[in-house]
Design a protein around this ligand. Structure first.
Ligand code: DGJ
Length: 539
């Protein structure tokens, strides 16, 4: 970065002194310097942002089916990501393909992914299918699968091997670390100047299916030791054995620590090679599931061991949620569990169905950094067409303004809601103003005094405050009404309602709304709803 770019005041005074041509040249330098910045995850005042090319970025993503990140099928799959209006593709790199023989690396798949994503203007969240894939070890190379003596599996409480590598075997963590580091070094070489890859998911839904903890000899020896002091200190717990510190959850907590510590070593070494933002995704403990190792992989970053995971993985920037439900209470409960001052809302996967569409708005309203639908590529079907249309409308509406949304969320100026069944009204407060959101009203004219909401509950709305008296709104199947609620004698009024749209973050004015289009509230229809810029005032 040039000195002039790093000091805006000095830059401004110089620009005033220089000719316009010199100013233009300097602007060009600043743009180049910005593009060279590495993607970075930042948190401030309990809010979060993923910075891409130096500015907050909302990840509107689609994840390919597990077996689609191969050059033979990739073009068709990526075309479907583009058709969805996603700005990011989540795609795996398979350890078994990347390291077919010990120490021999094959970069063909990842190179094809980067090249073809670039051709389509997509960013990439790269998923490292390494030691863990859905609480099992199916993506480790064949030479590891065949050699359990060198690369031991976890043992259940009867001493039987399960289908996952032991998190307590140094050969396992060393092998994964070597391969992941080679991958990150390769990324730096081929993408260090372009940043097509903006995020890396380390492993996939880690944890153990088939046992609550590893009972191998090394694991048992570690279990007999006290909980590491660094962990008890960070958790604010007294020193003691796993049993003493975690009681009935000792086995699960121990497996969580083992898994998290293993992944920390992999991620830390990978970051040394190339420090991209890294996250872990979670097979959740939700929907009434409560038996670790059976209902969900034991030792993943589930809500009951979340603090332990954060304490054990300083190299992991955040924890993601793989949410496979469309139930409002369940969905929003998960988001509230993971959206915290030390972690952003990040839907690393969600079901590719119309019913999950409104939750993108809920996630953004909770300061979320992104949302990814899973398994949207492949064979056509009527269900797939419906899901594609629904999510494409959502992403298509938000993608051209995603930078504005991400910046506003980071600065605490964005509020957004998804329709809750049985609750046809919500109120959002912005200083002296309220935005009253309702569902089920007609697109103009008086609404029924008793609103029923939308039959499919797919209403959603977001509001960005752009100045004290200016707001940006968009949504679907919703009505918004402004009310001034300051404690004085003044009344509120709409001064100006612009309808338009964004192209690459630039506002394109189309017309002013007034009369029937504003007297009954501002209405957001289901198909091609408007984007509005509203100025309010008093009298
Ligand atoms: C979650 C996993 O992370 C994905 O790789 C995929 O297996 C989906 N489940 C399938 O529902």
């Amino acid at each position: 970065m040039t000195a002039a770019c790093s000091n805006p005041r000095r830059r401004a005074s110089r620009l005033h002194q220089r000719l316009a041509l010199a100013g233009l040249l300097l602007a060009g330098v600043c743009a180049a310097a910005t593009a060279e910045q590495l993607p970075r995850f930042v948190s401030e005042k309990g809010r979060h942002a993923l910075l891409v090319d130096g500015a907050p970025y909302t990840v509107l993503a689609a994840q390919l089916h597990n077996s689609s990140a191969w050059p033979s099928v990739l073009p068709g799959s990526l075309d479907q990501v583009v058709a969805l209006h996603a700005n990011t593709v989540e795609a795996p790199v398979y350890w078994e393909q990347f390291e077919p023989a010990l120490g021999r690396y094959d970069t063909a798949n990842v190179d094809a992914l980067i090249a073809q994503a670039r051709q389509r203007g997509l960013r990439v969240a790269l998923l490292w299918f390494g030691s863990w894939k859905n609480g099992q070890m199916h993506y480790v190379p064949e030479w590891i699968k065949r050699d359990a003596a060198t690369y031991p599996r976890a043992l259940d409480e009867k001493g039987q091997p399960v289908d996952v590598l032991s998190p307590y075997a140094s050969a396992n963590v060393e092998a994964d670390t070597r391969a992941f580091t080679a991958l990150m070094a390769h990324l730096r070489k081929v993408d260090g100047d372009r940043h097509t890859v903006i995020l890396v998911q380390v492993e996939n839904e880690p944890g153990t299916v088939g046992a609550v903890r590893d009972h191998g000899a090394a694991a048992n020896a570690a279990f007999a030791q006290p909980v590491p002091a660094a962990i008890t200190a960070k958790l604010g717990k007294p020193a003691g054995s796993w049993q003493q510190v975690f009681g009935p959850e000792a086995d699960e907590a121990f497996n969580a620590y083992g898994t998290a510590h293993y992944i920390e070593q992999v991620a830390a070494a990978g970051k040394q090679a190339y420090p991209l933002p890294m996250y872990v995704n979670t097979w959740l403990r939700y929907k009434g599931k409560k038996f670790p190792g059976l209902d969900y992989p034991s030792g993943g970053a589930t809500v009951n061991v979340f603090d332990l995971w954060r304490a054990a993985t300083p190299s992991i920037d955040f924890i993601g949620t793989d949410i496979y439900t469309s139930d409002y209470n369940e969905y929003t409960k998960v988001i509230s569990q993971y959206a915290r001052p030390d972690n952003p809302a990040w839907v690393s996967e969600t079901g590719f169905e119309p019913a999950t569409v409104p939750y993108l708005f809920h996630v953004l309203g909770q300061g979320g950094i992104g949302f990814s639908v899973f398994g949207m590529d492949g064979a056509d079907s009527p269900q797939k067409q419906t899901a594609t249309a629904a999510h494409a409308a959502n992403f298509g509406q938000l993608a051209p303004m995603q930078r504005i949304l991400a910046k506003a969320a980071f600065e605490g100026r964005l509020q957004a809601v998804a329709e809750q069944p049985g609750q046809p009204q919500r109120t959002l407060r912005f200083g002296d103003w309220e935005v009253r959101v309702s569902y089920g009203a007609p697109y103009w004219g008086d609404a029924d005094p008793i609103l029923s909401g939308n039959a499919d509950h797919d209403g959603r709305l977001l509001v960005v405050q752009t100045a004290a008296d200016q707001f940006l709104l968009t949504g679907f199947a919703a009505r918004a009404e402004f009310a001034r609620v300051a404690n004085d004698d003044l009344h509120g009024q709409l001064l100006r309602v612009e309808l338009g749209h964004y192209v690459d973050g630039q506002w394109q004015f189309e017309r002013l709304l007034n009369g029937d289009q504003t007297d009954y509230g501002l209405n957001f229809v289901r198909t091609d709803p408007p984007v509005l810029r509203v100025t309010v005032g008093t009298y």
